[in-house]
Design a binder for this molecule. Structure first.
Ligand code: KG4
Ligand code: ZN
Length: 338
């Protein structure tokens, strides 16, 4: 049997990550999260690319050392080509090319959004893999899509957001409440102790399988402003209930469209992917959907939800097997289709 060692490199946004996979099994998965953006309330692209430059060598060294392999053991190097921030992508792309050239091993370009979905195929005993065809709900800071996945690299977007991504909806709502960036995980934490029906927020009316989240943000803003006029302590007093209500509304919007997608395609294998799939409410709702609707749902292991390089490495693994190598002239792409 062949020994395939893939190094994955991820640098599309504000996390510098590297991972080593052996025959699809995870050996190491290292993420350096950039703290510099917190005080700006969002990712500052210029600072992100600089931090990637600083972090990339130590992160890759760490990934190799934790995996117990040397760079000479590697079969190929996989990197995120896009979508993402151009300056950030350039760091990983250039590094991967140099490494591939220096070691004389193949280069594999990976689509970040496909990789979020393919994270479900990382080989781990207790985790079952989805069967093709399945529907993937990809929910992150930059994307919200329903994808029909027919094969590893045969993916069709059948619904997507017309404005903000779900992660943005979480982060922007959190900002209105005075919570630091990224607010998603904090809203989740507070929501666990609140009443989801305390404050009903309206759901948008959008055709087909598409989403819209900008209206929700506006209605939350108006609601909070109105309440603060009557009681300046409104947020402090009701933070848990507000967070629970926001999260409940977001989950409702996602579930309505998922149900519609299942009806439309007849596919009941559902996987969630992307940073927002770390959300405890979404994980719970998806899990309950198995008994409630007869779906088979796949929820990624926590460490493969937010940006990581294990997902880049597994996507690279499947490209390596089909000898779908990248050329040295390949360039990073900020916008890239599924
Ligand atoms: O996939 P990801 O790490 O990066 C992008 O490719 O965008 O997703 C980051 C997004 C952020 O908006 C963050 O607030 C959100 O995922 N997020 C969460 C949770 N954990 C991360 N949103 C809600 N609940 C969470 N537990
Ligand atoms: Zn991502």
């Amino acid at each position: 049997t062949q020994n395939i060692y893939i190094l994955g490199i991820e640098s599309s946004c504000d996390d510098t990550a590297a991972a080593v996979l052996h025959n699809g099994k995870i050996l190491s998965n290292v993420v350096a999260t950039q703290e510099v953006h917190q005080k700006y309330g969002g990712v500052v692209p210029e600072l992100a690319s600089r931090a990637h430059q600083q972090n990339i060598v130590p992160v890759i060294h760490e990934a190799l050392s934790r995996a117990g392999v040397t760079k000479e053991d590697l079969s190929a190097v996989a990197f995120t080509r896009g979508p993402g921030l151009m300056g950030s992508l350039l760091v990983g792309t250039s590094f991967a090319k140099s490494l591939s050239l220096g070691l004389g091993i193949p280069l594999l370009d990976v689509n970040h959004m496909q990789a979020h979905i393919l994270a479900h195929f990382i080989d781990e005993e207790e985790f079952q893999k989805p069967q093709f065809p399945f529907l993937a709900l990809t929910i992150s800071g930059g994307h919200t899509q329903i994808v029909k996945v027919s094969d590893y690299f045969e993916m069709e977007v059948i619904g997507e957001t017309l404005d903000d991504a779900v992660g943005e909806a979480f982060d922007k709502s959190a900002k209105i409440l005075g919570l630091p960036y990224p607010g998603g995980p904090l809203v989740d934490k507070k929501a666990q102790m609140g009443n989801p029906k305390a404050f009903p927020f309206p759901k948008p009316k959008v055709d087909g399988l598409n989403f819209s989240f900008s209206g929700l943000k506006t209605s939350i803003l108006y609601f909070i402003q109105k309440q603060l006029k009557e009681d300046p302590q409104f947020i402090e007093k009701n933070l848990e209930d507000i967070c629970a209500s926001i999260q409940h509304t977001i989950i409702g919007i996602l579930m309505d469209k998922l149900k519609k997608a299942v009806k439309q395609t007849g596919i009941k294998e559902i996987a969630i992917a992307g940073g927002v799939s770390a959300n405890s409410g979404i994980r719970k709702t998806l899990h309950e959907a198995q008994a409630k609707y007869g779906w088979k749902t796949y929820i990624p292991k926590f460490e493969y939800t937010t940006d990581n390089a294990a997902m880049i490495a597994i996507a690279g693994h499947y490209k390596f097997i089909s000898e779908d190598f990248a050329h040295m002239g390949i360039t990073a792409k900020a916008r890239i289709k599924m």
